[in-house]
Design a protein around this ligand. Sequence first.
Ligand code: ADE
Ligand code: ZN
Length: 335
Amino acid sequence: MTELNRFIREMPKAELHLHIEGSLEPELMFALARRNNIEIPYRNVDEVRAAYQFSNLQDFLDIYYQGMSVLKTEQDFYDLTLAYIAHIHEQNVIHTEIFFDPQGHTDRGVPFATVINGISSALKDGREKFGITSKLIMCFLRHLSEEAAFETLKQALPHRDQIIAVGLDSSEVGFPPSKFERVFEKAKSEGFLAVAHAGEEGPPEYVYETLDLLKIDRLDHGNRALEDDALVKRLVESQMALTVCPLSNYKLAGVTDMRTHPIKRMLDLGLKATVNSDDPAYFGGYVNENYLAISESLNLTKDDILILARNGFEASFCTADEKQTMLAKLDAFGS
Ligand code: ADE
Ligand code: ZN
């Protein structure tokens, strides 16, 4: 292992873009299917992995929604979440901000409380067992209606203390952020922060809408913002953080060769880019594999890696004191 690779693996890190349902490894998918008597269209784990060939976001989403159908009970959500926390503990991630997609479950008859209680109790145990801190972000599925998003927000209100922010995910093109302006306005008035996926496959206009209409506090992906110089300038000036997901971009064919991944260009432009795994069970790697992939393909320096890690802590939704504590750990490690 090169010295830089060891540095990446051992460095304290944050993750800010992780769909908990996208951390469902094929082995656990099989175990839960058996436990819950649910049919899945694969005979073994190898067949599942072989199905993970995507040529765009929608290809992936079809398989992702099917995969999550094995999640039924609070224990299932607990097991899923604790497996992710145990995995990132091995990777020296010390803070994580996790998306969940309640509509992917409530639409199958799983109560909202079952989902959030299972996830939350694993996060609590993960904190006690591994010292990993976390936040939860509730995403609205953008291919569903505004009315359904409002209903989901209503279901979240009794659990407000467990959710830091609302987000927007699922199929992007054809489902502009403007569709959710009113529900984000309501969520913000209830005290939630806001994030949204934009510019993953969708045009720069969608990124403008997340800023102007959804009033986001952090941008998920944002790759296509690079097509618009004025937008880049605005993102740089406001120091809006971007949660970039390199292996996801590659697997969903937004980037066809990792040597052309835009994250280095983002840093050079002054954008506050961070490194994240998105859906690690589907895209072939957790946070460390994402850092390693860009480090090798783009010849990143130790300073580039430290800037990316620093951005991760600074762009988190932690308090200033919590950020200082995590940044001090990074400084002690990096010096
Ligand atoms: N849901 C899970 N992963 C996603 C992604 N990369 N983009 C949009 N929605 C998602
Ligand atoms: Zn995502």
